[in-house]
Write a protein that binds this ligand. Structure first.
Ligand code: NDP
Length: 429
């Protein structure tokens, strides 16, 4: 979930952030005995029973599956999009907006739906002004969202406006947008000077890995049955949330859909005599379980993801994982190992997904690679000098030269490949 503030989830009168809501749900699932694997599924085979699910790390078999893979933000694909991708153009204001490169600059958001409005409002925290570029006569967003935008003196709405292309500055970063009046189809002579452009133009469902084994519509959204809204074209495979829902797409509707899918799955397993009863934990056990999980989580960051190495007193070069600019400077100058730097920001949902995954991969290189995490909100000058315009961003350095940049969240294999390549080159040298 990349939404920052969720205002309409029942039970949270003051609202709740997307990452916090996810964390609470995770803990709740753990409390009830769920086993969680943070991995990318590479393929599924629905022709076998039990079904087969493959990730890079394991093959699993399941009598029933619930697909809840969500949807990914769409892009405009303007001619120079690749050139300025992560250099000013982004599909996630929530992840990238805090970048120092956008601070007190004019920014643009494309779209007129709830996502675009939410992004525009969010960006007013950082930008000097936000231009909302709406291709039609009006915004399609809900009245509440529209009103927030229209009431904000920091957002300027441009109706009947679309983006034709972008231009950059001498350093290769986005500087301006070439706009078109969609009513007359004529280019607008004056380019719009912005340091960032964020897309809020809808989503594409994450169904590619299904390899057409399931009925989807022309846009790739899973088709669910009318009677329970969760059964798919394959018996025993159910769908939940944005991967089939084009319309409601709220955290609460996705959660409701997940509940429907779980009940449908249970009924299916029961009817087919595949249900294995799991004894519910009694209250005492459940409490102990959640306390143990909390304790483990409290210890985990210290032990696994990083060690606080803030100053000369507690910096230890023999440790693999570090945090903050002091450690970065020391390791950059003194480490003989390849150095992996991960740039994160506090509101970035994908960063929370990447951290444990990257940490697992780094454990395989405990004695051969150094790692440091930089929070761009805490160390904006470091982020600025590294040219960070979005998080998560992983940069790999060797002998003080930057040898790789990986934006966003990729599969574990991609990180392994880059780390291993650097080590092979080091040993060959
Ligand atoms: P929508 O499909 O609702 O809106 C997409 C917007 O992008 C529309 O304004 C559309 O224009 C515009 N657009 C699409 N393609 C282009 C293009 N090529 N060039 C320019 N503009 C384009 O998607 P959203 O992601 O905004 O919302 C999806 C659902 O999620 C909605 O149901 C929404 O309510 C919900 N949502 C709720 C949130 C909340 O309440 N916190 C936050 C985010 C989403 P046009 O109108 O002309 O078609």
């Amino acid at each position: 979930m990349s939404t920052t503030e969720v205002e309409n989830y029942p039970g949270f009168p003051e609202g709740v952030t997307g990452p916090e809501l996810m964390e609470r749900m995770r803990r709740q699932a753990l409390r009830w005995g769920a086993e969680l694997y943070e991995e990318d599924v590479v393929s599924v085979d629905f022709s076998k029973r039990p079904f087969e699910i493959k990730s890079e790390d394991r093959t699993m078999r399941a009598n029933a599956i619930i697909l809840a893979t969500g949807a990914t933000a769409k892009r405009l694909r303007i001619p120079s999009e690749e050139k300025f991708w992560s250099k000013g153009i982004s599909a996630c204001a929530i992840c990238d907006g805090a970048s120092p490169a956008f601070a007190q600059k004019e920014l643009a958001v494309v779209g007129g739906g709830d996502s675009a409005c939410e992004e525009a409002i969010y960006l007013t925290k950082y930008a000097s002004k936000v231009h909302l570029l709406v291709r039609g006569e009006e915004m399609r967003a809900s009245k509440a969202m529209r009103d927030r935008v229209l009431d904000s003196s920091d957002v300027i709405v441009h109706y009947n406006t679309s983006v034709e292309d972008a231009a950059g500055n001498a350093q290769g970063f986005l500087e301006s947008l070439k706009l078109v009046n969609t009513k007359t189809n004529e280019s607008i002579p004056e380019p719009l000077k912005v340091a960032g452009m964020f897309y809020g133009i809808g989503h594409t469902p994450n169904t590619k890995f299904l390899d057409s084994q399931l009925g989807t519509d022309e846009d790739g959204f899973i088709i669910v049955s009318d009677h329970d809204k969760t059964s798919t074209s394959v018996e025993g495979v159910f769908s939940a949330g944005d991967v089939h829902d084009k319309e409601w797409r709220q955290a609460i509707t996705a959660a409701g859909s997940g509940c429907q899918a779980a009940i449908s799955t249970e009924r299916y397993l029961q009817m087919n005599k595949l249900l294995k009863e799991v004894k519910m934990m009694d209250t005492k056990d459940a409490k102990e379980e959640i306390e143990a999980a909390k304790k483990k989580e409290a210890e985990a960051p210290k032990k696994k993801t990083h060690e606080p190495a803030i100053d000369a007193d507690n910096f230890d070069i023999d440790r693999q994982k570090h945090q903050g600019q002091y450690a970065l400077r020391k390791l950059y100058h003194e480490s003989p190992r390849p150095l992996v730097v991960m740039y994160t920001s506090p509101t970035c949902g994908p960063c929370k997904r990447l951290k444990p995954m990257l940490s697992t991969v780094l454990d395989e290189y405990e004695k051969s690679i150094h790692y440091v995490e930089i929070d761009i909100a805490k160390d904006p000058e470091i982020a600025e000098s590294a040219g960070i315009m979005g998080t998560p961003c992983v940069q790999v350095f060797k002998d003080k030269a930057r040898v790789a940049v990986i934006n966003g969240v990729k599969m574990k294999s991609e990180y392994r490949k880059i780390f291993s390549e650097q080590l092979i080159e080091s040993s060959a040298a």
